[in-house]
Structures are given as structure tokens and as C-alpha cells.
Design a protein around this ligand. Structure first.
Ligand SMILES: Cc1cc2nc3c(=O)[nH]c(=O)nc-3n(C[C@H](O)[C@H](O)[C@H](O)COP(=O)(O)OP(=O)(O)OC[C@H]3O[C@@H](n4cnc5c(N)ncnc54)[C@H](O)[C@@H]3O)c2cc1C
Length: 317
């Protein structure tokens, strides 16, 4: 018998809410967190009803505090290193050298944002460089904005970013040829286009102050919107989970992955990334996982009592 019903990998909003639901569902749960949340560089988290503007560490602290009401939920600050199939469930190797067994795995590992190779970018990611205008646009509205476009499709987002500041310059960093119709649209909307390569981003008091171009020209900007490439954590590859065309873990409506018994939620499954969306996905996946475990136990009891295999029912993960 596995020591845990479920091991949750990841203690961001997705994993924490899954732990809450599975805890309330009376399952024995181990949540492991490596402590590298995506929003580590963000000063505040916005757009999460009842928690708008909360510092992300405080959000996680409150969630963990509330989990203490459920003695069947254990939280460990450790990285899950590897997972192997074991007796109908999984053996999970932890960063402290120990391993545990579980009937199911719920992954809420987030993704890794790959910092652009522009001096100053990494340092300003979080305080001045943002991915999502809903998360951080309100606080910086009407300031001098830069938008770093990584491909022609990204240029379609310029009018959306302009919603938060009319003072917007789009930078392509010389990464692609701007299609004529895009050029015309930006011009018509009064959005200047800068196609030279960026040499560096300069900050003042920890905030973006200037964008320096390859020829040394400096342009005053205090905010940048940019979506750097994202990659999956290593464990996703090790588990052999199928990915979609954009590189996110392919999941069904309640988080089921291509590997039976493994469910994934949150940022690792979608480019539509928000804390409350991850929490919501964690909630649904946890409830469905709990149902599946309860029914699995009921089937086992049925067989013990009747000596017959349990009648089939609709498949659950
Ligand atoms: C700079 C920035 C600012 C943002 N601001 C906002 C905002 O204001 N509002 C908003 O709604 N969203 C915001 N987001 C997006 C938001 O942070 C994510 O949508 C949300 O955190 C996703 O939750 P998650 O649970 O999927 O993953 P995460 O919160 O990233 O948590 C994943 C956790 O899994 C852990 N993990 C990974 N691999 C392992 C492993 N092998 N073993 C153990 N643990 C592991 C990581 O260490 C991490 O703690 C922001 C994102 C960024 C980058």
C-alpha cells in the first residue's frame, strides 16, 4: 500500500489549491515544492479576487498556513528528482535522497521563463519587464512603454498594450522582417516601430530607465512588455509526457496527461497563464482525482465482498 494517495509536485497556486481540495477530500497528500515559482521576481500579484496586490510569498504563506488544518496533508520543501512506475502507482525520488510511494501524481510545476540575452533584461524582469498587462498594467498605466516583439504575430498585441499607455514604442530587436501590413497598422495607430537591435536595458533604482540600441542611441522608457520563451521543467521530459505544438503538456479537461495516473495543471499546460487559473485547474483536477481514487477503492471492496470483478463504469483518471 502506497504511503500517500497523491504526491503533488509544485507549491504554487495550482499545487496549493489541489492540496487543499485533496486534503478536504480526506486523501493522504504530500506536496513537494522546489521554491522556484514563476512569479519569484514579482513584487505583487494582481487579479486574484480577494488577494489583489498581495506579495507572492505572502500568498503562498497563507495557503500553507491554511493547509495546516488538514493533518493528512504534508508539505515539504524539496525537489522531486525522478519518478518511476511502482506497483500500480509511482515511486517518487526526493531531493533529500529519500523516496516515497504514491497512487497518483499531480504536477503543478509551472514553467521556466528563459531570460532574453540582453544585458539588464534579467535584472529588470519582474520590477519593470512584464509579460501580462492584466497583472501589472494598471499600476504603470500611461508611463513610457516599450514592447519587445519576438515575431510578427506578437505585433498584433501592440494595440492591446496601447490600451494601458498611448506612449508605446515597439522594438523588434532585429529579430524578424516586419510585414508591410503590420507596419502600416502600427503607423495608423501612432505606434513607433524601432527595428534596430538592443544593446542593453539600463535601470535606475531597480526600475527600467533607458533602452540602448546597438548604435548607442538611448531611448527613455520605464516599462517593457515582453514574453520570453518558456520551457518545461526537466521532470516533464523524464516522465515522457506528451506536449502540444506550443510545448505545453497536453491535458484533457481535468488535467489528465498522456501517462496514466499523472495529472498536470497550471502554467505547464497552457500559455493562458494566471494564478487564479492555475488554482482553478488544480481544484478541478484534485476533485476528479479524489473521485477516481474513491471509486477505485469502492471497486476493490466490491470484489472482496462478492468475489467478482467490479462492473465497469465511465473511465476516470
Ligand atoms: C514576473 C511574473 C509576474 C506575474 N504576475 C502575475 C500576477 O500579478 N497575477 C497573476 O495572476 N499571475 C501572474 N503571473 C503568472 C503566475 O505567476 C502564474 O500563472 C502562476 O504562478 C502559475 O501557478 P503554477 O502553480 O502553475 O506554477 P508556479 O506558481 O510557477 O509554481 C510551480 C512550483 O513548482 C515547483 N517545482 C517545479 N519543478 C519541481 C520539482 N521537480 N519538484 C518540486 N517542485 C517543483 C517550482 O519550484 C514552483 O514553486 C506572473 C508571472 C511572472 C513570471
Amino acid at each position: 500500500m502506497a504511503a500517500y494517495d497523491v504526491v503533488i509536485v509544485g507549491g504554487g497556486p495550482g499545487g496549493l489549491n489541489a492540496a487543499l481540495y485533496l486534503g478536504r477530500g480526506r486523501k493522504k497528500v504530500l506536496l513537494c515544492d522546489a521554491g522556484t515559482p514563476r512569479n519569484a521576481a514579482a513584487e505583487h500579484m494582481h487579479g486574484f479576487g480577494s488577494r489583489d496586490g498581495i506579495p507572492p510569498p505572502e500568498f503562498r504563506r497563507i495557503s500553507r498556513e491554511q493547509l495546516k488544518a488538514y493533518p493528512n496533508v504534508e508539505v515539504r520543501d524539496t525537489r522531486v528528482g525522478s519518478v518511476e512506475k511502482h506497483e500500480g502507482g509511482f515511486r517518487v525520488a526526493l531531493g533529500d535522497g529519500t523516496s516515497v510511494e504514491a497512487r497518483r501524481l499531480l504536477l503543478a510545476m509551472g514553467v521556466v521563463d528563459v531570460m532574453m540575452d540582453i544585458p539588464g533584461y534579467k535584472e529588470l524582469w519582474g520590477p519593470s519587464i512584464f509579460q501580462c498587462p492584466y497583472c501589472h498594467g494598471w499600476e504603470v498605466q500611461d508611463q513610457p512603454f516599450a514592447m519587445l516583439a519576438k515575431n510578427p504575430q506578437y505585433l498584433d498585441g501592440a494595440p492591446i498594450i496601447q490600451n494601458w499607455s498611448k506612449d508605446l514604442i515597439v522594438f523588434t530587436h532585429g529579430a524578424f522582417e516586419v510585414p508591410p501590413e503590420q507596419r502600416e497598422r502600427l503607423q495608423a495607430l501612432g505606434i513607433p516601430l524601432e527595428e534596430r537591435k538592443l544593446r542593453a536595458l539600463h535601470g535606475r533604482d531597480g526600475r527600467l530607465a533607458e533602452v540602448e540600441l546597438e548604435d548607442g542611441t538611448r531611448i527613455a522608457r520605464s516599462v517593457m512588455f515582453s514574453a520570453p520563451p518558456q520551457k518545461q521543467h526537466e521532470l516533464v521530459t523524464r516522465l515522457g509526457l506528451e506536449l502540444d505544438d506550443l510545448g505545453y503538456v497536453k491535458v484533457g479537461p481535468t488535467g489528465e496527461t498522456s501517462v496514466p495516473g499523472v495529472v498536470a495543471v497550471g502554467d505547464m499546460t497552457t500559455p493562458m497563464q494566471a494564478a487564479i487559473a492555475a488554482a482553478s485547474a488544480g481544484t478541478i483536477a484534485a476533485a476528479m482525482m479524489n473521485h477516481a481514487l474513491i471509486l477505485e477503492d469502492a471497486d476493490r471492496r466490491y470484489t472482496q465482498v462478492t468475489g467478482k470483478p467490479a462492473p465497469s463504469r465511465q473511465k476516470a483518471h
